[in-house]
Design a protein around this ligand. Structure first.
Ligand SMILES: [Zn+2]
Length: 354
């Protein structure tokens, strides 16, 4: 009997050492501590021993059972706590929604610039509009006085979808026609001027470098009313830029050709990274082309259903296309445009407190 107890004890401890999960723990319990286990088998053997030995062996088996039960419970507690820890650790390791070094999350710098601009323009009475990223050829080009085969299309090579005439918009101007048609009737009926900005993601088939991306953000703005002139355009642009940068910035206006404006201008801003000395971001020119603008071409107004006749009023308007991505580079001193689409949290999370 004593030999059997020693033998089972040795087997039990050997198996206990290999127990690492709940399943093998249960197997061990069935082997030794269940009604059909080794300890019960020993109890049955007890009936075969002589009466004078029964008390001694009975105590031996009971002590053995208690020893095994205690060790079993100890190991069970260890395994359960280990399992709980593993579950928690596992959850931490595989939760991809937790940003690195950035527990509170942060806004993308372009989002910050966009929201700031929206606030500025809303304070000047502009409506903020949204528009599709997939547009058709008419809205992206034809309605903007860029007919098929016009050479201006070469400057805006974009990504065409399999559906005929559908493409990813190459500029936010693609929304102009829809905005004019939305607010035009109100202008004609109540005299309420059209004042709208429409930010959005744009796409072009570009070779990517420190200054060019195939995906970037613009904010287009238009104002249409009676007797709108270039003076109105300059006033709004100056007000907006001084708000964005919080200081006087040096700008210049150059004549520029864009089919959807007449006359058209290029609004340049002196490079805030190098202060005009020249750096990779400004192609060493000291200036950054920030904003094409001008007076909306009468053909564009006509496509949008705006009355351009002299009677009862001659409606005119200005339009501008701000490069939000470029503006964010200028505002935060980002030297390489590729940082914005990199998904690099170490870079992007730096803007959370701005
Ligand atoms: Zn520069």
């Amino acid at each position: 009997m004593i030999d059997m107890v020693d033998k089972f004890r040795e087997q039990f401890y050997k198996k206990l050492r290999d127990v690492n999960d709940v399943k093998s723990l249960e197997e061990l319990r069935l082997d030794f501590l269940s009604k059909k286990g080794q300890v019960s088998a020993l109890m049955k053997e007890l009936s075969k021993v002589p009466d004078e030995k029964k008390k001694e062996y009975g105590r031996l088996i009971n002590n053995f059972k208690k020893e095994l039960t205690d060790r079993f419970e100890d190991r069970k507690s260890e395994i359960v706590s280990l399992q709980e820890k593993l579950l928690i650790d596992g959850a931490e390791s595989y939760d991809e929604s937790l940003p690195v070094n950035c527990p509170d999350g942060s806004y993308h710098p372009i989002t910050l610039v966009q929201r700031e601009l929206e606030d500025i323009f809303e304070s000047m009475g502009f409506d903020v509009e949204d528009y599709n990223e997939i547009v058709d050829d008419y809205h992206c080009f034809e309605a903007l006085n860029i007919p098929e085969f016009h050479p201006a299309r070469d400057m805006q090579d974009t990504y065409y979808l399999t559906t005929p005439k559908e493409l990813l918009k190459s500029h936010t101007s693609a929304a102009q026609n829809a905005i004019l048609k939305k607010y035009g009737p109100m202008l004609h009926e109540t005299g309420r001027p059209i004042r709208a900005v429409f930010p959005g993601r744009c796409f072009r088939n570009e070779a990517i470098d420190a200054n060019h991306e195939n995906t970037f953000f613009q904010m287009e703005g238009i104002m249409v009313d009676k007797d709108i002139s270039i003076s109105n355009l300059i006033y709004f642009m100056k007000t907006m830029l001084s708000e964005v940068f919080g200081r006087e910035v040096t700008v210049r206006l150059r004549p520029g050709f864009f089919p959807f404006v007449e006359p058209g201008f290029e609004l340049d801003i002196q490079c805030l990274i190098c202060g005009g000395k020249g750096c990779p971001s400004c192609k060493n020119s000291g200036w950054l082309e920030l904003c094409p603008c001008g007076m909306i071409h009468p053909n564009v107004l006509k496509h949008g259903g705006i009355n351009t006749d002299e009677e009862p009023f001659k409606y005119t308007g200005f339009a501008f296309g701000l490069g939000l991505t470029r503006l964010a580079m200028m505002k935060y001193g980002v030297g390489d445009i590729r940082a914005f689409n990199s998904g690099d949290l170490n870079t992007l999370s730096q803007f959370k407190s701005i």
